[in-house]
Design a binder for this molecule. Structure first.
Ligand SMILES: Nc1ncnc2c1ncn2[C@@H]1O[C@H](COP(=O)(O)OP(=O)(O)OP(=O)(O)O)[C@@H](O)[C@H]1O
Ligand SMILES: [Mn+2]
Length: 512
């Protein structure tokens, strides 16, 4: 081949390389088009992964007057994917889709698990989940793909019809897997899977039984990741109104047909073997848990896994990774700074980017999510470079959540506890979720029952669901304690960060 190329005249070779590069670019853009719909601002079915980041001030704007709030506390976040938007028509309740029956895997029975679909529907129809937002600005788009036809010639009802959240989840759960290769980096085995439409997913296998509680003597950083935690985190994040986790779905994978037989990753292929009881196992190559002791195995071929919609490639949408000020010490004996310094938050508040905009309250939102699911592993978070500092946080990597239900981890709430600040919209939603008619455990059960893996077993056991209610109470108590503390120094008004100025929602829970 190389000899053959050498004989070709150089201009022809250059031409071929250019054509091939152009084709790759077209394929890459197509793949983005298929799993993301960045082009139609009017579509009700926007996914979380590729938000047009709506303006948090929009949330502050009254319906019909979508002007930016002059309130300086809200200023500058026109690129924010806000917790107050409703990007994927959340009120529409999706129904479970079934894994392809040709595999012989169980078919999801959908909402039959004693869940409360009506509560879920009521929640997503609530005004707090449908706050008005301003028109999308040109630079709110993460990616713009040139449409083949001009906007005004396009039949918008037809072209993007298929691109809603449910459709995306269904594709992730059922589309044929045409490629599976290891994703380098990180501590544990992950694969990137590709679909015929060039869409991709990040695959994490089941590593431990859903109900196995993390050993109390284990440091959190030694715990194995959980595929059901990735799925449950996506649902929880959505129920909290954050929508900062790319869509994740559960899927039964045939380890032979859907990984071993199709992979082009020779290092991965070499690690397949049959276990003493006849299950097909593999362990891949990674820096820590990739050995026969840590193999993942089918039964005999079927393996539960989580598939997360892949964010756009870094070459198209660069992301920035930020160290959390409240990250844990990864040492067994050393304390982190936030554990030692009583006035730690005061320092953070003065440090960019936490000294401006919504970054601090966004971090506190993330801490609340993590406390509810008991995730101690949030050492970093990411943002899209394009949107600068005034943007939403991506809540990626939730595999170490939902490990324990019998105990809470109050230290995860340290940002809230130490800073005593919370977005009003977050607080109102939390209060809503603590009411019996929207109870967090009930809507979570209902939401999770839409995932195909529910057919195998509920994605979260009942003890995990009731832990959510208990922890939600703890968060609300912390806020009340904060308000009491601040009141005693005459500053009770600085606990709630008003991201909803001008919001005239009807059914507002208890006044603050
Ligand atoms: N949905 C996604 N799309 C694209 N990239 C992602 C997605 N989710 C995570 N990543 C990227 O993959 C990297 C590794 O993912 P993740 O953190 O989940 O794996 P990990 O093995 O748990 O890593 P670590 O051990 O460092 O925590 C992350 O740094 C993140 O940038
Ligand atoms: Mn991780």
């Amino acid at each position: 081949m190389r000899l053959g190329l050498r004989r070709w005249p150089p201009p022809l070779f250059v031409l071929l390389v250019s054509v091939s590069l152009a084709l790759h670019l077209v394929l890459a853009l197509l793949s983005l088009l298929v799993l993301q719909r960045p082009c139609d601002p009017h579509s009700p079915l926007r996914t979380n992964a590729f938000p047009h980041p709506a303006n948090s001030n929009l949330t502050a704007a009254k319906a019909g007057s979508p002007k930016l709030s002059p309130d300086s506390r809200n200023a500058g976040s026109s690129r924010k994917m806000d917790s107050n938007q409703n990007p994927h028509a959340a009120g529409k309740e999706g129904h479970a889709f079934s894994p392809p029956d040709r595999t012989g895997y169980p078919v999801s029975s959908g909402r039959s698990m004693g869940s409360s679909p009506s509560k879920l529907q009521a929640l997503f129809s609530h005004p707090l989940y449908n706050l008005p937002r301003p028109p999308i600005q040109e630079d709110d788009w993460l990616l713009r793909v040139k449409p083949k036809v001009k906007d005004n010639e396009r039949d918008s009802t037809q072209e993007w019809k298929d691109t809603d959240l449910q459709a995306l989840l269904e594709q992730l759960a059922t589309h044929r897997i045409v490629s599976a290769v290891q994703k380098p980096g990180g501590t544990q085995l992950k694969l990137v899977m590709s679909f015929p439409n060039y869409g991709q997913a990040l695959f994490k296998p089941k590593k431990q039984d859903r109900d196995a509680e993390t050993d109390f003597n284990l440091f959190y950083f030694s715990d194995f990741e959980r595929h059901n935690a990735e799925i449950a985190a996506f649902h929880l994040d959505r129920l909290l109104g954050f929508q900062r986790i790319p869509p994740v779905v559960g899927r039964l994978i045939n380890v032979t047909a859907e990984i071993k037989d199709i992979t082009t990753d020779r290092k991965l292929a070499r690690t397949f073997y049959t276990s003493p009881v006849g299950n097909v196992c593999f362990y891949g190559q990674c820096s820590y848990y990739c050995s026969t002791e840590h193999a993942v195995c089918g039964r005999p071929l079927a393996l539960e896994a989580s598939l997360a919609a892949m964010l756009p490639d870094l070459s198209l949408a660069q992301r920035r990774s930020w160290r959390s000020p409240w990250r844990r010490s990864y040492s067994r004996s050393k304390l982190a700074q936030w554990e030692k310094e009583p006035n730690f938050c005061a320092t953070v508040k003065k440090t960019p980017p936490y000294n401006k905009g919504t970054r601090l309250v966004d971090l506190i939102d993330m801490a609340i999510l993590d406390f509810l699911m008991s995730n101690m592993d949030r050492h970093h978070y990411e943002t899209f470079e394009k949107f600068g500092n005034n943007t939403f946080l991506l809540h990626l990597d939730n595999g170490r959540a939902f490990g324990r239900h019998s105990r809470d981890e109050p230290s995860v709430l340290a940002p809230l506890e130490q800073c005593c600040r919370i977005r009003r919209s977050t607080l109102l939603r939390l209060q809503l979720l603590s009411r019996p008619q929207y109870r967090l455990s009930d809507v979570m059960r209902a939401s999770l029952s839409q995932d195909p893996l529910t057919a195998v077993a509920p994605l979260l056991s009942e003890p995990h669901l009731s832990a959510l209610d208990r922890r939600l109470d703890a968060v609300l108590q912390t806020v009340r304690r904060c308000q009491g503390r601040r009141r005693s120094v005459g500053r009770s008004d600085d606990v709630v960060y008003d991201d909803m100025a001008g919001y005239a929602g009807g059914d507002t829970p208890a006044r603050l």
